[in-house]
Write a protein that binds this ligand. Structure first.
Ligand SMILES: Cc1ncc(COP(=O)(O)O)c(C=O)c1O
Length: 410
């Protein structure tokens, strides 16, 4: 059989070649899709992942190490979000699975409602649309205010007897601002509707940044009406892809997302989420990152990333005709061009031609940057490339740029 095999070193060489056309995120060239703290942490994460890539958390009786790591990761995250005694949660494969599950659990909690709806701002993540499509729920989107934050009063007006969940984000992805969670929490509490805080992208940062960390603008379980929070460790936890956490205020709420059946010939099938087989890789990588950084390490990373974000936002604001759409609350930047002769998507295209990746989004046409800790090394290089990209677009006389997509269907 050996003679037919492609030798491992040749397979790896082929993979390296394939990778050659990808964005060079390991050197800080991507402000989207990827997260980088330090090269040392990345190597640790990848080693931990490789150690556990084949282990399966579908049944942790066989892998007690995975049970222990999941419990410790959940405990760490629950502590960051001031989860009260009695809280409970699970690790998931990331933000989309967490949002699917919280929507499913909300629907399961109210079997008496035949046409359930979720009330959420227009800025809440697209995965809620997927959840609504999958589980037969109405997505009741409420326009955001002029400052891009959710409008609590309009959300209150959108509620009715069939509302099974309210949603707020900390922060929302498109403009990077944090919704007024305390106000929305009061409404949720008074109307008896669960409130999910989507902290998938920002939770591991906001937990260390004032005024969110010190409780002046609470976003977590310190707000009484908040019933669940999601956070992704494969984002600002700097773990390998495939790792999220969902924490519920009570075990009773959490149990609504669990699925159990014995209606087949293979025995009792209990599962906490969408997946059946669940790789140990993301769990081990998450555990490794939490052990490596601890609270202090994450606090330092959050401060560094925040400083870098503000430096980048300032630099963007000095490049004519670009403007930052709102002051970032966290570590996401949204900016655009004010001159039709320099169309916003064309700037992203020119940046891509120079080896830099930013997201294109709409409405309105704007560019989005997810800043990582490692980006502090490339602030000046990026600003220079952005200035040059604007000049490229002006010189091209009429480049409009493709709209781009947040996700692709391939
Ligand atoms: C606020 C928010 N929620 C949910 C998600 C979805 O996460 P994932 O891509 O891990 O499914 C994202 C992704 O960026 C996000 O920013």
């Amino acid at each position: 059989m050996g003679e037919f095999l492609v030798r491992p070193e040749n397979v790896i060489a082929a993979l390296s070649d394939l990778r050659g056309a990808d964005i060079d995120w390991r050197n800080g060239r991507a402000f989207s899709l990827t997260y980088l703290a330090t090269p040392e942490a990345l190597e640790l994460s990848e080693r931990a992942y490789a150690m556990y890539a084949g282990e399966n958390a579908l049944n942790v009786a066989a892998f007690p190490s995975l049970r222990r790591m999941q419990t410790e990761v959940l405990g760490f995250v629950s502590g960051l979000f001031h989860a009260p005694p009695g809280s409970a949660g699970f690790m998931t494969s990331g933000g989309t699975e967490s949002l699917l599950l919280v929507s499913y659990a909300a629907r399961q909690r109210r079997p008496d409602i035949t046409r359930p709806n979720i009330v959420l701002p227009t800025s809440a993540h697209a995965a809620f649309e997927k959840a609504c499509a999958y589980f037969g729920i109405e997505s009741r989107r409420v326009p955001v205010r002029d400052d891009w934050r959710a409008d609590p009063r309009a959300m209150a007006d959108a509620l009715d007897e069939a509302s099974v969940l309210m949603v707020a984000s900390a922060p929302q992805y498109p403009q990077g601002v944090v919704d007024p969670i305390a106000e929305i929490g009061e409404i949720a509490l008074s109307r008896g509707v669960p409130l999910h805080v989507d902290a998938c992208i920002g939770g591991m940062v906001l937990a260390f940044l004032d005024p969110f960390a010190n409780g002046e603008h609470p976003f977590d379980f310190r707000v009484e009406g908040v019933t669940s929070i999601s956070v992704d460790l494969h984002k600002y936890g700097y773990a390998a892809k495939g790792s999220g956490v969902i924490v519920y205020r009570s075990r009773e709420l959490r149990d609504k997302q669990v699925f159990v059946t014995d209606n087949w010939l293979g025995g009792l099938y209990g599962s906490s989420g969408v997946l059946g087989t669940k790789s140990g890789g993301p769990i081990a990588s998450s555990w490794a990152m939490i052990t490596h950084f601890g609270r202090e390490g994450y606090a330092d990373l959050a401060t560094l990333t925040r400083t870098t974000t503000l430096l980048l936002a300032d630099a963007i604001g000095t490049i004519d005709p670009l403007f930052v759409m709102t002051k970032p609350d966290s570590t996401l930047i949204c900016f655009a061009s004010s001159d039709p002769a320099v169309p916003t998507p064309a700037v992203a295209e020119a940046l891509a031609a120079r080896g830099w990746w930013v997201d294109r989004q709409s409405p309105p046409d704007s560019l989005h940057m997810t800043v990582s800790a490692h980006h502090h090394r490339v602030v000046e290089q990026f600003a220079t490339a952005l200035q040059a990209s604007v000049e490229d677009v002006r010189a091209s006389n009429g480049a409009v740029g493709q709209a781009g997509a947040y996700g692709t269907v391939e």
